[in-house]
Design a binder for this molecule. Sequence first.
Ligand code: GTP
Length: 245
Amino acid sequence: MKYKRILLKISGEAMMGDQGYGVDPATVDFIAKEIKEAVSMGSELAIVIGGGNIFRGVEASVKGIERASADYMGMLATVINALALQNYLEKYSIPTRVQSAIEMKELAEPYIRRKAIRHLEKGRTVIFAAGTGNPYFTTDTAASLRAMEISADVILKATKVDGVYSSDPFKDPSAKKYNTLSYIDVLKKGLSVMDSTAISLCMDNNLPIVVFNLKGKGNIRKIIEGKKIGTLIRGDNGTRTKKRH
Ligand code: GTP
């Protein structure tokens, strides 16, 4: 196994499948099966989930809702997704805990770093909801932050395409796929992988990111096994040596 402790970032849009809105049961069922495969290999899996299938904070702020309020609404959307995903994971007998960065004790545990790590050590999948709990931070940044906090070996960033391209492959047929990239390349070339705060945080801590297509069956398992799937983003000196807490 190349990676043991993994932070999987799933966008809210990934939950909606082709229906364009909300939570598509067949899609979430597929995601749950992919996760089951990863967990049964013995990996420790934490998940950060977005909320764009329910509410897009940035768009709402453009349309007149104050940015901070719009972002809080987006954070609530991630809690809905987290509960949906937990439900599907439990259908496949994956013990799962949801921790929310905004306290709502009736629905989920509050985010407590040490408790999250303990859950992972006990083989439970942990879903981090409500982003970082702060407006102006994306769920990608939440993924980087939580990955650092739990000493993850890698961030798996799930997308609709099979890696990072030089331009949008849906619009530009000459777009070229990168197999590896350095953090600085991503920032300099302005590649839309994650926002710059999220990338910078990974760069400062030398945490590798693998960008991959979630729709590809077995992709998560293959990445964990060390197969070359998607695009690997890392420092110029390769991967880091890491202290585990
Ligand atoms: P251990 O302490 O390692 O045994 O972990 P555990 O999560 O099984 O035990 P705990 O007694 O902390 O939790 C039992 C159940 O209650 C789990 O499903 C938790 O997710 C849930 N739980 C724990 N704390 C909270 C909370 O503050 N709010 C909500 N809604 N659920 C909680």
